[in-house]
Design a protein. Structure first.
Length: 480
């Protein structure tokens, strides 16, 4: 006799892969149809069980009167509704065109019928295909239906290629809501006079209700000449307002723009694409290049407090600078500024003896100018200078990176000599601390964490070892 507590064996076989495929042929077909949907311009056949099973909206509607044979949806655009109905039957959306009204109608009905999965799928698909040819179309859709992810994607793309969008009329197809949401951001990465020109061009062919678009322009950030020679002739802004702006500028000077170019994450901002240029320094054509022989690179005269100053073209957000120090070891510091007047120190390695690749992380800054000042400015060279808004920041302690992986790599290290290292390198006195000893074949040495940038390994060389053996030994070392 079987134990009553034993679980009953169940065999479950599921074949759901063809359900949608099997239901799709009954879309709009009169066969087995038990309900008619009356739209404003046509009547179509449907099946109650499919509607109720696939859509909570129709389930609730049909439960009110299970015997009803008709549903009136007179406000539903027929083209969009048929697309939604096909999704209910087949689980697939096939948009006949990327017409703005048509797509908006589909999203409106999807929201009304609580088809959340459909809305999310449409959003994900749109995000994946946004480019400069369709970004304005998708931005209008995003703002009309509060699709935050799509809107952010569009804004990021426009910020990244802002210089290519300044051509006349690029933004003229945007709705007023889209224009306002775009231009009011601190992140829009163009000079204020360009923001005015964009807004003015839009206002010439669109109705700016309550002056919301032109109101996004920060007129006190314009110069007196820009207001008199560009803004006033456009006749977009009345003279009374311009007079007030001019009075403010006369009394307080032109305000520094708050726009900082957004957060172009993980893209090198120190490139020609972003109009980078060098303000001060020597041999600066090599600053952004890789040193060919270890001696090429930018430098500055000793005791020149202007150092090597880089203009990244516009106030932008960044938190990571990488560069390579070649030719001679040095201490240095890095400062940032919005206006070349007030400077903020973000890196201070003046007490360190630095060489080779420098990966420098710091708190996010909004700045346009970056200045590197070296102790050995006339001897040391800098190359491969790059600036980023990094999306990943390692663990830090007092501007020092806690490594999570091996830092002794060919990219990071310099081997000075194979015999005893002399106790001075350049003008830096080196104090050595023994952290580990090994008198046998141990290959794993552990010690308390240290802040350092030099490691000295001292040992006795076997008579049969060659220089190649030592080189291989050094290449096999790992430190983390």
């Amino acid at each position: 006799m079987a134990n009553e507590e034993e679980p009953q064996l169940k065999l479950i076989i599921t074949d759901s892969s063809k359900i949608s495929e099997d239901m799709a042929p009954y879309y709009l077909k009169e066969t087995f149809s038990d309900i008619q949907i009356i739209l404003s311009d046509k009547t179509i056949h449907a099946h109650k069980i499919v509607l109720a099973a696939r859509c909570k909206y129709f389930e609730s509607l049909l439960m009110q009167d299970p015997k009803q044979g008709q549903i009136e949806l007179l406000n539903a655009p027929s083209k969009a509704f048929e697309t939604i109905l096909y999704y209910i039957y087949a689980g697939t959306v096939v948009m006949a065109s990327l017409d703005e009204n048509y797509v908006s109608d589909i999203l409106k009905l999807a929201h009304e019928y609580s088809l959340k999965t459909l809305v999310q799928s449409i959003n994900e698909k749109m995000v994946s295909i946004v480019d400069l040819t369709n970004v304005c179309f998708f931005l209008n859709i995003a703002n009309a239906h509060d699709m935050d992810e799509l809107r952010k994607t569009c804004h990021t793309l426009i910020d990244e290629y802002a210089s290519q969008t300044l051509e006349y009329g690029f933004f003229n197809v945007l709705t007023q809501k889209s224009m306002v949401n775009l231009l009011k951001r601190d992140a829009f990465p163009e000079p204020e006079i360009d923001v005015f020109n964009i807004a003015a061009n839009w206002c010439k062919i669109n109705k700016d209700v309550d002056n919301l678009v032109i109101g996004c322009v920060r007129f006190p950030c314009l110069t007196r000449n820009e207001i008199l020679n560009v803004v006033r002739p456009s006749k977009i802004v009345d003279d009374a307002k311009l007079l007030n702006v001019l009075t403010t500028i006369e009394n307080n000077g032109t305000q520094k723009t708050l726009r900082f170019g957004g957060q172009l994450k993980d893209k090198n901002l120190a490139t020609a694409e972003y109009n980078v240029k060098v303000v001060s320094g020597l041999n600066t054509t090599m600053l952004f290049e890789e040193s060919k022989d270890g001696n090429d690179g930018a430098y500055h005269n000793k005791n020149d407090q202007n150092g090597i100053t880089v203009d990244i073209g516009q106030v932008k957000c960044f938190n990571y600078i990488t560069m390579c120090i070649v030719n001679f070891r040095t201490g240095y510091y890095i400062e940032v500024s919005i206006d070349l007047q007030k400077w903020k120190k973000v890196i201070d390695y003046t007490t360190c003896s630095c060489y080779s690749r420098q990966n420098l992380y710091f708190e996010q800054q909004k700045a346009r100018y970056i200045r590197v000042v070296m102790d050995m400015g006339d001897l040391t060279r800098i190359c491969k200078f790059q600036v980023f808004m990094s999306s990943t920041v390692p663990k830090m302690c007092n501007q020092i990176v806690y490594p999570s992986s091996n830092v002794i790599t060919s990219e990071n290290i310099i081997i000075f000599r194979y015999i005893s290292v002399i106790e001075t390198l350049g003008n830096y006195s080196l104090k050595w601390e023994i952290v580990a000893r090994s008198i046998n074949e141990d290959k794993l040495l552990t010690f308390n964490e240290r802040i350092l940038n030099l490691i000295k390994i001292t040992g006795q060389l076997s008579p049969n070892k060659t220089k190649d053996d030592i080189q291989q030994f050094l290449e096999d070392i790992e430190c983390s």
